[in-house]
Structure formats: structure tokens, C-alpha cells
Design a protein around this ligand. Structure first.
Ligand code: NCD
Length: 304
């Protein structure tokens, strides 16, 4: 594995190896005995062309835990504003000899283009609605921690299936690893073709929730909608918002996940997000660190 551009490029064996490595780093963090010099002397360049709270910070913390140094390049203060093209920017930054590059971009496939032009490993931190591989890996690690494994787990993803890279990478990873995947969304946000096979589609919580082990909500990706695809936020929440009452009725044992950002009052009510018996949301955030440590470790150090 030279780059991590998408879950679609990985075999089930490669995904299992990344998850095993994540488990190793999670244990090491828990016991305080990780190797803080594993990536000593390495420089990792972060190219985030789109806003980020969790992913950017999490990559930085993971790199620093392993002793790497991070350079956070800022598109807003770069020569892009002087008319330099994306490709020239990438060639310029590529010539600086960083040991790895983490990119987030609003263009579909941008990390693939970058990987073709630079010599070092490229990690996709999210591109348009295509893929967000490290999010799917950290979500899988969180599910394994909570439920013991992915095989035969029923995972239901609710929300903007049409525009979400998190939903896409999760659908691909979970089906490859033997989980049963369902999606629930208004018909306007539910594409005919999904990025993975054998996914059950529903348009109501009453039909799609029963039997779910994990319920994952996804924000409405308004920045990627060219028109209003829901009648109103209130109408969306009334039909698709998770409440304690809805979960008690249809999936009382389900655990709840959301990749963030959580838009209060849209994906779920506050009581669900903050319910320690149900919500895995902050565990997902915490698990971003060992997941990204594992990815950096796998790509930057020769594996035994
Ligand atoms: C998401 C993203 O940017 O892809 N968040 C994340 O990385 N955890 C999801 C979103 O923006 O809805």
C-alpha cells in the first residue's frame, strides 16, 4: 500500500490489517507505552483546501504522538490567490520533499491527481462526496470496540446519502467486511446507484430502523446541494431526526454514531447525542487518533 486514497482501493485483508494496526495503537495509547519516536525525522504536509475541525486536528495529534513534524499549509494565504493553478501548487509543494501529504479537497478525485504527481505517500482526508477513508476506518474501529466485530452487524446510515463521502466510504468498508448495511433518507437524497452492493434502501425510520445494531446519522451536506432537496429543516427533523422516543420504539438497543459536525436539532436531539448508554460520538473522535497513527505508521515505516 503506497497511498490511502479510498476504501474502494483496499481489499478486505488490507482493511483488516489497518484495523489490527489501529487496535495496536489504541492499546498503546491506553497503556501509555506507544513509541513516540516511530516517525522521528518525518515531515507531514497537510493540504486542507476545505474546512475541518476533527480530521485536521486528529491527523496532527496522531503525527505528533509518533514524533513526526507537521506543516499545515493554508490555501487562504497561499499563491492560489495570485492565480497559481492547483497543479502548479501541488508540484511546488511536492518538490519540497515532505515524507507524506494529507489532502482534503472539494474536487472529486483530487487526491488521486495529487498521488500521480508527487513522490511521497498521499492520504485522502476527504474529497467531495467520493471518499473519506480514515473516517470509515475510525468508525469501523469504534463499531468493533463496541460490538466485537463487523461480520453480520446491521449498520443503518441515515441522512444525506447522496452527497456524503463519509456515507460512501462506510458503505464500501462495511459491505467488504461482511456487515449488513441499510440506508434511510428522503428519496431526493437517496441515489439510484450506491457505491457498494447489497445495501437495503428505506425512506422511513419505521421501516429501516428495526434490527439495527448501529445507527449512523449524516449531516445534510448543503455545500454540495445545488437546490433545496428537503422541504425545511423542521420537516426533515420530524421525519428523520433521531429522538429517544423513536429509538425506544424501533431500535432500543442500537448504538448511535455521527462523524460530526453535529448540527443540533437536525441529525438527532441533544438527549440522544449526549446519552452515555447510546452515543459513541466522542469515542469516534478519540478513535481518530489511533486510526491515523496506524495509517501513518503503515505508509511511512517499512512493515515487518
Ligand atoms: C465530515 C467531512 O468533512 O467529511 N466530517 C468529518 O470529517 N468527520 C462530515 C461532514 O462534513 O458532514
Amino acid at each position: 500500500m503506497k497511498h490511502l486514497l479510498g476504501i474502494s482501493d483496499l481489499s478486505a485483508t488490507q482493511i483488516a490489517a489497518l484495523l489490527e494496526r489501529t487496535r495496536h495503537h489504541a492499546q498503546a495509547l491506553k497503556h501509555g507505552d506507544w513509541d513516540p519516536a516511530r516517525l522521528k525525522g518525518k515531515i507531514i504536509l497537510h493540504l486542507f483546501f476545505e474546512d475541518s475541525t476533527r480530521t485536521l486536528t486528529s491527523f496532527e495529534v496522531a503525527a505528533k504522538r509518533l514524533g513526526a513534524q507537521v506543516v499545515n499549509w493554508n490555501p487562504h494565504t497561499s499563491s492560489l490567490s495570485k492565480g497559481e493553478s492547483f497543479i502548479d501548487t501541488i508540484d511546488t509543494l511536492g518538490a519540497m520533499g515532505a515524507d507524506a501529504l494529507v489532502i482534503r479537497h472539494s474536487e472529486y478525485g483530487a487526491p488521486i491527481t495529487v498521488a500521480q504527481r508527487v513522490k511521497c505517500p498521499v492520504i485522502n482526508g476527504g474529497d467531495s462526496w467520493r471518499e473519506h477513508p480514515t473516517q470509515a476506518l475510525l468508525d469501523a474501529h469504534t463499531m468493533i470496540e463496541a460490538k466485537g466485530g463487523l461480520e453480520n452487524l446491521t449498520v443503518t446510515i441515515i441522512g444525506d446519502i447522496a452527497h456524503s463521502r463519509v456515507a460512501a466510504s462506510n458503505m464500501i468498508l462495511l459491505t467488504k467486511m461482511g456487515a449488513h448495511v441499510r440506508v434511510i433518507a428522503p428519496a431526493t437524497l437517496l441515489p439510484e446507484k450506491l457505491p457498494a452492493p447489497d445495501i437495503a434502501k428505506f425512506t422511513s425510520l419505521a421501516e429501516g430502523l428495526p434490527g439495527s445494531d448501529i445507527v449512523m446519522t449524516i449531516r445534510l451536506q448543503k455545500e454540495r446541494m445545488d437546490r433545496g432537496l428537503i422541504p425545511s429543516p423542521e420537516a426533515y427533523f420530524a421525519q428523520y431526526g433521531l429522538t429517544s422516543a423513536v429509538l425506544d420504539q424501533y431500535a432500543p438497543k442500537a448504538l448511535v454514531m455521527d462523524p460530526g459536525p453535529l448540527v443540533r436539532g437536525m441529525q438527532m436531539e441533544d438527549d440522544v447525542a449526549e446519552d452515555p448508554r447510546r452515543s459513541l460520538i466522542l469515542k469516534q473522535v478519540a478513535n481518530g487518533i489511533p486510526t491515523r497513527m496506524a495509517v501513518l505508521d503503515m505508509l511511512l515505516t517499512p512493515q515487518a
